[in-house]
Design a protein around this ligand. Structure first.
Ligand code: N01
Length: 502
């Protein structure tokens, strides 16, 4: 920290934003754009970037188009490709951090381990891991839902003498060249690193529990003409962005009508067969038995062909146990491995990954207790009983079809409008009404019924253990944007502390 707003720790800040990924940085920029400088951006690591800092595995790339996967208020005109790879996105995040002068608001190695609302004084107290304490009027949780690696607990795993690491904790000091590698999982991360490491290793065994639907990726690069046009004619870039946006939105229709999706699947089944050079048996193993979209639809032109390599095996038998030198599957086969890569995803349910984060709201209520049946919020942003606390990419606001940056921008605008409304009403805090929140969530769940996200015939991380979908916004993002353009004052209680005490 270079001085900046935190110099006086005893002062109540206007806002503390937790997490310096796309969400936290976007919120911070919007605060500055509104002339609000009394905030801190806390980050548990030592750099910005969130998921794009952590996920450095070979082939890491985005499956949303570059011009959509960037802030509307921080345009980059010279994206190299339709779908950017991790280094370019990470650079964009760094450049945006500098461009908006965010460093002076950032505090690194600052992990928040607890939060309590002080009802008498209407501020939040935040406890940091190093023992320090901050007080703030508003809190924005921007820690993101995909940052705690899910590490499986197989019998005998501790015995394994080789190397094991998770895709989000890639050990770049370990050279995979010429090694026997076992890779577990076939989700968004694995389908990106598998084609990259296959040519390096001696043998790659891919353990697949459930196949993913992988559709073609648009590999086109932007030429110099496009880049110059986007630079010199901002309107041309806006039109391009709008075209990408609406083509993504058009996917919602089949999502609401799984029958339409089943028809689209036929084309992808042909794509799989073509990519594995007509090997019907292999294509069958790689073809999912659930409706496309039930799990995130992935994009790659390199994934399926990897399985035609002589040094790559696709293993469908489930893992029984680890040995000192490899993995035994249920059919009793032992396969040797020098290294095991866990492409096993993340713990997405906040009730699990936030269980050691006490968050105490009005009257001593605990967030994890209020969420015991599932995480819920109003538009994913406000939770009843937790005044002046907001979330980015909270419950039911992740997407299966478009750019999450769009949602983050809508949420940051909403939060700013909420703050302004508190000021306008000369209140000290706002708190969403419990019945409004409950009705909102009933509607979300009703809309999810019948969609591929809820009834696509798969088990996905969109759902909590009892099957309730707690992650996905069920529908068009323009609708979300329209509904969150302004806060609805009638949805909230506005409280003035002094008046209350009098
Ligand atoms: O994780 P996943 P990911 N034994 O949960 C399997 C985003 N992302 O890291 O389907 C055996 O998708 C699991 O099997 P199953 C994106 O939102 C974005 O790949 O549960 N297997 C699955 O195959 C994505 O969805 C980009 O049966 C086990 C895999 O591991 C999210 O991150 C790029 C297992 C996990 O897949 C997570 O992706 C990459 C076990 N015990 C990722 N546990 C962008 O481009 C799990 N599996 C923006």
């Amino acid at each position: 920290m270079n001085g900046g707003p935190s110099s006086d720790a005893s002062r109540v800040l206007e806002m503390v934003i937790i997490g310096a990924g796309f969400g936290g940085l976007g919120m911070a920029i919007r605060m500055l754009q509104e002339g609000r400088k009394d905030f801190l951006l806390l980050e548990k690591a030592d750099d910005v970037g969130g998921t794009w800092r952590e996920n450095s595995y070979p082939g890491a790339a985005c499956d949303v188009q570059s011009h959509m996967y960037s802030f509307s208020f921080a345009p980059k005109t010279d994206w190299s490709k339709r779908y950017a790879e991790r280094p370019e996105i990470y650079n964009y995040i760094q450049e945006t951090t500098e461009k908006f002068g965010l460093r002076q608001y950032l505090k690194f190695n600052a992990e928040v381990v607890g939060a309590q609302f002080d009802e008498q004084n209407a501020f939040w107290t935040l406890n940091l891991k190093d023992g320090s304490v901050l007080t703030t009027k508003f809190v924005v949780l921007a820690s993101g839902p995909l940052h705690v690696p899910q590490i499986p607990n197989y019998k005998g795993m501790e015995k394994f003498k080789g190397k094991i690491f998770h895709s989000a904790q890639w050990d770049h000091s370990y050279d995979l060249t010429g090694k026997k590698v076992a890779s577990i999982g076939t989700g968004g991360s694995a389908i990106q690193y598998i084609p990259e490491i296959a040519p390096l290793v001696k043998q790659l065994d891919v353990y697949q529990r459930t196949p993913a639907w992988v559709i073609p990726r648009d590999e086109r690069k932007y030429g110099n003409f496009d880049k110059a046009l986007f630079e010199k004619v901002p309107f041309a870039r806006q039109i391009h962005r709008a075209r990408l946006y609406w083509s993504n939105e058009s996917r919602v229709m089949p999502i609401f009508h799984p029958k339409i999706m089943e028809t689209a699947q036929k084309a992808i089944e042909l794509f799989i067969r073509y990519q594995v050079k007509g090997d019907k048996a292999l294509a069958k193993k790689l073809t999912p038995n659930y409706v496309m979209g039930c799990k995130r639809i992935l994009i790659s032109n390199k994934y399926y062909p990897t399985f035609t390599r002589k040094n790559v095996d696709l293993i469908l038998d489930s893992i029984q146990e680890f040995t000192e030198t490899g993995i035994i599957t249920r059919d009793g086969t032992h396969r040797e491995a020098d290294c095991v890569v866990l492409g096993t995803g993340f713990i997405v349910d906040p009730r699990i990954y936030m269980k050691d984060f006490p968050c105490t709201g009005l009257n001593g209520r605990e967030l994890m207790n209020d969420w015991k049946d599932g995480a819920e919020a109003f538009y994913g942003i406000s939770v009843a009983g937790y005044p002046n606390l907001f979330q980015l990419v909270g419950p039911n606001t992740a997407l299966g079809h478009n750019s999450i940056i769009f949602m983050i921008e809508a949420q940051a605008n909403y939060i700013l409008d909420a703050i302004k409304t508190v000021e306008k009403k000369k209140a000290d805090y706002l708190d969403v009404k419990p019945d409004v929140q409950a009705e909102f969530n009933d509607n979300v769940q009703k809309k999810l019924k019948g969609t591929v996200w809820q009834n696509g015939g798969c088990v996905s991380w969109y759902q909590q253990a009892d099957g309730k979908n707690f992650t996905i916004w069920p529908g068009y993002t323009w609708r979300y944007w329209m509904e969150t353009r302004k806060i609805k004052p009638s949805a909230y209680n506005f409280v003035k502390v002094k008046a209350k005490q009098a």
